[in-house]
Design a binder for this molecule. Sequence first.
Ligand code: SAH
Ligand code: DHB
Ligand code: MG
Length: 210
Amino acid sequence: MLGEGDQFDWALRASRDAGLPSIAVTPAQGKALMLLAKACRARRVLEVGTLGGYSTLWLTRGVGAEGRVTTLEVDEKHAKVARQNFSRAGISARIDLRVGRAADALPGLAQGVAAGIEPAFDLTFIDADKPSTPDYLDWALRMSRPGAVIVIDNVVRNGEVANEQSTDPSVLGIRRTVEMIRKEPRLEAAAIQTVGAKGYDGFLVAVVGG
Ligand code: SAH
Ligand code: DHB
Ligand code: MG
């Protein structure tokens, strides 16, 4: 879209052809992720939930030639498509794709940051299994530098997240996440509601305090 080059179109087509679900971020949201990465001069980005790598492509563009994106994906079929998309875009060297449950990869990543072996993350994008979102936020917070940005996808879900009667585990996961942010003095956040190619939804942008 908007002359952003073909790698994004290729990635979506390859994802569709491989039978992946059509749940990547929209082009507008992808571009917003890229701009957020640029705005906070992100060099090191963490993504939870790769799918076919569409959002990863945007984030990688946002971090520039010196930046790196670590992205976590549980499904080998999704990861294979993502790998092909990264290779085709010529950016494989800047992406660390780890296949497995995010909950299994995150402690090791956090250890690397705590030990000073790896720098803290400048930006994290959480977009995987929604019931686990509070846990992913907890890990992201531990690995974020002061001033880092944490983005959480799908926080509106056609308004269902505002429905106190909902018993949907995904909705409950997001509601718990919002409650956690409310109580967390290190986080300030706003939910951005979106209407567009993928219906009525939204993403939350949080900034980590010092
Ligand atoms: N960020 C992607 C979309 C991600 S869809 C984009 O916008 O292009 C959510 C992804 O999270 C799916 O690929 C799913 O397989 C993955 N996922 C689900 N549970 C997971 C888990 N426990 N650990 C890691 N990834 C998981
Ligand atoms: C779903 C997951 C997503 O991350 C998304 O952006 C849209 C839909 C889903 O699981 O239905
Ligand atoms: Mg999503």
